[in-house]
Design a protein around this ligand. Structure first.
Ligand code: PEP
Ligand code: MN
Length: 348
């Protein structure tokens, strides 16, 4: 960090700041200019930078390295690719994960899985443990839902992503899922993140409803620090003053995260907008901006869905969107499921 002293800071104040930085474990480079002193603090010092900011004579403290380490690109310059069998997230192909908000019945899960597979999705999404804003809303089918999702995923050769809401669920969800989703409301559930650091299954970490990118990356750091290197970030919209859409999808988070971190970043335009008619334009924008994947809600009968029907695409809309994305991706050197339709499952 760099500590800029006030113009009228006394020698004693500068000495006190230097002493404090040395106590925190930093190496010090003092530079005395015509009007003020600037102190460079380098090395592996630890402590609250605010403790320096409140010292007498200090004008401002500028941090020059990120507060997270394992998640940062300076620590690991090459992109992380999270591989689940033959599905690689963070590589050249943009991976599309799609399915219902919640598993509701065997028929609903099966029909949706068949439809998203045909259109080119590689991963089935669906919640069995649902974080709902109201305790009176549908809370998910629990393990029965996990079973339905796994069966449908296997039948259609799809990987499965589903949400884990608390540490006590990790064991059961890991038995069924290929990727563990941490929902926006849980991004700052640090004990869950710590426990997921010990899990063997990749984790998709959604951005919190009002989280800064730095807070989001610090949450990823919890999982990485626990030993789980397979973390995928997911931008799903943040809360702003705008009320037309459910959230404000922060497309700029994609290039920002890609600069700061080596972790793959995917986008959820369904929760990002909350409106079916706005999902496709934002999905197209996300791919154009360089997202490594998409997480999209699709339902065979969205108007009767038990959760998030208004933002769920009809299978036909999803299929059309996938066709559009296949045109957009090559413009930035990416691809989206170029397998022939027959191999994607028309014949089943
Ligand atoms: C979901 O994916 O269905 C979900 C609940 O998402 P979020 O945590 O982003 O609200
Ligand atoms: Mn949902």
């Amino acid at each position: 960090m760099v500590v800029v002293m006030k113009e009228r800071a006394t020698e004693a104040e500068v000495d006190a700041v230097v002493a404090k930085l040395i106590e925190m474990g930093f190496d010090i480079h003092r530079s005395k200019g015509e009007s003020r002193t600037v102190i460079g603090a380098v090395g592996h010092g630890i402590g609250d930078t605010q403790l320096i900011a409140i010292q007498d004579g200090v004008q401002e403290v500028l941090r020059i390295t990120e507060p997270y380490k394992l998640a940062s690109r300076s620590f690991k310059p090459e992109n992380t690719i999270v591989s689940i069998g033959d599905v690689n997230i963070g590589a050249e192909e943009v991976v599309v994960m799609a399915g219902p908000c919640s598993a509701e019945s065997e028929e609903q899960v099966e029909a949706t899985a068949a439809a998203v597979k045909r259109a080119g999705a590689k991963v089935l999404r669906g919640g069995a443990f649902k974080p709902r804003s109201s305790p009176y809303s549908f809370q998910g089918l629990g393990e029965a839902g996990l079973r339905m999702l796994r069966t449908a995923a296997d039948r259609h050769d799809l990987k499965l992503i589903t949400e884990v809401m608390e540490s006590s669920q990790i064991e059961v969800v890991e038995r069924y899922a290929d990727i563990l989703q941490v929902g926006a409301r849980n991004m700052q559930n640090y004990s869950l993140l710590r426990d997921l650091g010990r899990a063997k299954t990749p984790v998709l970490l959604k951005r919190g409803i009002s989280a800064t990118i730095e807070e989001w990356l610090l949450s990823a750091e919890y999982v990485l620090a626990g030993g789980n290197k397979n973390v995928i970030l997911c931008e799903r919209g943040i809360r702003t003053f705008e009320s037309y859409t459910r959230n404000t999808l922060d497309i700029s988070a994609i290039p920002v995260v890609q600069q700061l971190s080596h972790l793959p970043v995917v986008v959820d335009p369904s929760h990002g907008t909350g409106r079916r008619d706005k999902v496709a334009p934002m999905a197209r924008a996300a791919v154009a901006a360089g997202a490594d994947g998409l997480l999209i809600e699709v339902h065979c009968d969205p108007d009767h869905a038990r959760s998030d029907g208004a933002q769920s695409l009809f299978p036909k809309q999803f299929e059309q969107l996938m066709g559009e994305l296949r045109v957009i991706a090559p413009a930035i050197g990416r691809s989206i499921c170029v397998e022939p339709v027959a191999r994607r499952g028309w014949s089943r």
